[in-house]
Design a protein around this ligand. Structure first.
Ligand SMILES: [Zn+2]
Length: 292
């Protein structure tokens, strides 16, 4: 048997949950659904949870963003600051353990609610980014996509001397800024057509593209188990996959520090830090597997 879960701390229930998680992973064909809690150890604050800052005010909606230049100026000024935190972040032990389990065939697919691209940075290139990615920008007129770095360089040049100091950053790359800084910010248009640029992420009030949702349902349908990592499942866009799996009789395990909306549907729950739990789970799976 492996090292008892008490080495990770936590309760007896966490130890039982971890054992169940390892059994599910050992059975292979696991689909992962990850959320902001997986990226907190990379220095990206969660909306909630112990390490997180509670968001003040609500995030910008798609309707506000497309509705006026002032809203877009506010978005891009705040995001120009927040992007620094996201772009600097590196995958943590949790992302690396998921990739290790994917390479060993225990994890079949990864769906993420995160827009930070840290699964990709850890090598999980096929991760389905349910809500898109901040590393890409899309033109709302000609639909051309371009790298965020390219826009970032243009915004830097247009806003020389723009200094935000220490701003509070949300996991969607939105930083809290005083209005006077926002007012002076220059926004950049699409270089191809002069149209409005939007980060290639799904805003509140905007639907996830249908083919992407369909792809996720297919992955969940094919899964032997669904493992939720670092999400409180507050938004329906993630919760629906947990409900779908549970309805089909597919076991659901949840690793999250704090209660989630899917807790009553889960066969296993671990409430400990993600990096440590996943590293330990991957170690036990490896120890228990016959050599490939
Ligand atoms: Zn364009």
């Amino acid at each position: 048997m492996g090292v008892p879960a008490t080495t990770l701390g936590g309760t007896a229930a966490d130890a039982v949950g971890l054992e169940a998680l390892v059994r599910l992973l050992a059975g292979r064909g696991v689909v992962v659904l990850s959320g902001a809690g997986l990226s907190t150890e990379s220095g990206i604050p969660d909306y909630r949870g112990e390490t997180g800052s509670r968001r003040r005010g609500s995030p910008m909606t798609y309707q506000e963003f497309t509705g006026g230049a002032a809203a877009r100026r506010r978005y891009w000024a705040r995001s120009h600051v927040g992007w620094r935190t996201i772009a600097r972040a590196e995958p943590n032990a949790g992302h690396r353990a998921v990739e290790q389990l994917r390479r060993s065939g225990h994890v079949a697919a990864v769906i993420t609610q995160n827009v930070d691209s840290l699964h990709r940075a850890a090598g999980t290139r096929a991760a389905v980014e349910l809500h898109g990615g901040l590393h890409r920008v899309v033109c709302l007129e000609c639909r051309r996509t371009s790298p965020r770095e390219e826009l970032d360089g243009r915004l830097e040049a247009l806003n020389a001397g723009f200094r935000a100091g220490s701003a509070r950053v949300n996991p969607d790359g939105d930083a809290e800024l005083p209005q006077e800084l926002v007012d002076g910010f220059q926004v950049a248009p699409c270089t191809a057509c002069g149209g409005v640029l939007k980060p290639d992420v799904v805003f509140f009030g905007e639907a996830v593209p249908k083919p992407r949702v369909q792809r996720c349902f297919e992955l969940v349908d094919a899964a032997q188990a669904l493992v939720v990592l670092g999400s409180s499942l507050t938004v329906m866009s993630g919760l629906r996959f947990v409900r779908h799996a549970a309805r089909a009789g597919t076991p659901v395990a949840i690793v999250n520090q704090g209660a989630t909306r899917g807790d009553d549907l889960a066969v296993a729950r671990v409430g400990l830090p993600l990096g440590a739990v996943l590293t330990e789970a991957a170690r036990r799976v490896r120890a228990g597997s016959p050599p490939a």
